[in-house]
Design a protein around this ligand. Structure first.
Ligand code: 6PG
Length: 249
């Protein structure tokens, strides 16, 4: 197991999510104390939903919501009320239940024509992170990421063109044919790697083969799995449940 990565293993998704919530709250309070706001990029899919519910529930009063700005690491090109929408999942689990100013919710505008969405979202980011950072990529305070069984993260899929993007902050992406909503919008790898903190939330036995490959040999894994290429300038913390870590690893 590489000593470079911070790894925490929990009995189940609930305990994983609870600790991630507590660490997120620490980062939010540090960011607000440090520079007056907390820029948080959210993961989609199903794993982070428990975390979002905890933030809206028992941890609700520990977060300075008026200073929190929500973004999405990726989105499916469907309407914001579609069952596949990452925004819809976060809206139901979190946004609809906390006192977050509407102007602090920076949704990927998938109602626009597909070919314009990535550029429109990049403009949203440029306006928020102005003046444009000297490094030419925005530094989110925290980016939450999940990981698919194929090692994708956000909508950066193995062998996908978006994975190789090195200039744009936001890019269109195409999920493999096995996915229901294939047309995606995603933050690019340079943006993920510019974050101050990255939390991976990974749960379930279906992920253990890739998790084991990444944690045991990150260099070799980075040639196969996009998630292994997320090595931010800041810290990357892997929150795993025992099923994803694999017993007797
Ligand atoms: C998405 C996510 C994606 C997700 C992984 C894991 O839009 O689907 O952003 O990167 O994190 O596919 O998804 P699960 O948490 O559902 O396993």
């Amino acid at each position: 197991m590489s000593s470079e990565l911070e790894i925490h293993v929990y009995p189940d998704l609930e305990s994983l999510s609870r600790t991630a919530a507590e660490r997120l709250i620490d980062r939010a309070q540090e960011a607000v104390a440090g520079h007056g706001r907390f820029s948080l990029s959210l993961a989609g899919g199903t794993t982070p939903r428990t975390l979002y519910q905890l933030l809206a529930g028992e941890y609700r009063d520990q977060i300075p919501w008026s200073r929190v700005h929500l973004f999405w690491g990726d989105e499916r090109c469907v309407p914001p009320d579609h069952p596949d929408s990452n925004f819809a999942m976060v809206d139901e689990a979190l946004i609809s239940k906390v006192p977050l100013p509407p102007e602090n919710v920076h949704r990927i505008p998938t109602e626009k024509p597909v070919e314009t969405v990535a550029e429109a979202y990049e403009q949203t980011l440029r306006e928020f992170f102005q003046p444009a950072p000297a490094t030419s990529f925005p530094a989110f305070d925290l980016i939450l990421l999940g990981m698919g069984e194929d090692g994708h993260t956000a909508s950066l899929f193995p062998d996908g063109s978006a994975l190789e993007e090195r200039e744009r902050w936001v890019a269109p992406a195409l999920a493999p044919p096995t996915y229901s909503s294939r047309q995606r919008i995603t933050l690019t790898l340079p943006v993920l790697n510019r974050a101050n903190d990255v939390f991976f939330l990974v749960s379930g036995a279906s992920k253990k083969t890739v998790v084991r490959a990444i944690l045991n040999d990150p260099e070799q894994a980075s040639r196969l799995y996009p998630a292994a290429r997320v090595r931010p300038r800041g810290r990357v913390v892997w929150f795993l449940d025992e099923a994803a870590r694999g017993a007797g690893a």
